[in-house]
Design a protein around this ligand. Sequence first.
Ligand code: PLP
Length: 454
Amino acid sequence: MSETSAPTTEQLRQWDKRHVWHPFTQMSEWERDEQIIITRGEGCWLIDTDGTRYLDGVASMWTNVHGHCQRELNEALKQQVDRLEHSTLLGLASEQSIILAARLAEITPSGLDRFFYSDNGSTAMEVAVKMAYQYHVHVGKPERSRFITFRNAYHGDTIGAVSVGGIGIYHSTFKPLMFETILAPSPYCYRCELGCSRHLCSMECIDALETLMKENAGSIAGLVIEPLVQGAGGMIVQPAGFLRMVRELCDRYEILMIADEVATGFGRTGTMFACQHEDVVPDIMAISKGIAAGYLPLAATVTGDKVYSAFLGSYSELKTFFHGHTFTGNPLACAVALKSLELFDENNLLVELQYKVAKLKLRLADFESMPHVGDVRQCGLAAGIELVVDTESGTPYPWEDKVGIKVCLEARRRGVFSRPLGNTIVIFPPLVISNSEMDFLMDVLYESIKTVTE
Ligand code: PLP
């Protein structure tokens, strides 16, 4: 590549196909198709090399909060880069990571005020799992080494995070590498594994969970849950009260409750954290994605004094938490995260959000009567529209029909970028989406579903 001429779109496409291995992507198909190359962002929009604009319907993998290239966030990043780009937390403290932890402690559920930084959602969950087990070692119960997880759960793609996941299609290949967990039924009311229906449900899945806890009493270190909504499993929204009951059961059986707020944290469900809807305080909480507003990789595993103090002791006792990542607490990411929290306050974002959530609810109602929409699920500013062959029987489209993908390609032609979860169309825009942008997003998705399924 010469220094004077920027590569053309065609060159970029060729190099991408030649050198970049994309995540969750069948590369033989990717290499065959013509790909969009994004070069700029503006508010809720992504702009490609040809200047074509796409509404970012999935907030760039569920991370974006205040829009792309937001002026104040850009400024915060520029100011920080002129002061310090990175310094390690191994053996040194750094200003921005301290201020951010102190600020986060003011908004996390009560008592959760110890922050172990890492880089992404998977690492935050790896840390949570190791922390929960080592806690039991320190309190003299090393036999508590197993974890309860839910079917359809997703906690990331590293081996520990995959082990506590519950999505066969993503996870089963790696079974020989994974540690075993105790799999509880998913609170997926539309396709209840226990044969119940949404209208005749007395949360039999909670009874089943309690049975598992009873049967395995004494060997369980922790329970891992995505609070309120199983995101990657298909935007599966839990019945009201489910999370609260899970908390009560964890207390009853002395199991550490690990809440994975990687997708739900930072306003997505309408409160800062999803656990706050049901006044639940987990023992350990993982946060990432929206923490730095979609700008930079940053995560934290948060806990309180009960867990933290179990790790305190003399050097020789080896109670140290032997875990750490090179870019832990990166100052650039922390500076953006701090500015993002300021913007939440300045723009009254959580209050404004309630109107958007209500508008989304209104617009989703249009989809319910579509002939191939089996279920519409919403949690705050996140939603899933599950497409089926037949609404009477709920027969799913075969995976290989790629109906979700076809709808998203159709939406792309109409100016919306979305990414499905199997046959479920996802709605997960930046939290600052405007009224007219929301109308555009929903109009395009409606027409795209209609075109593909009818
Ligand atoms: N946990 C949840 C609930 C998620 O939705 C995700 C990603 O979608 C992760 C963990 C993994 O995060 P990352 O992709 O940053 O590793």
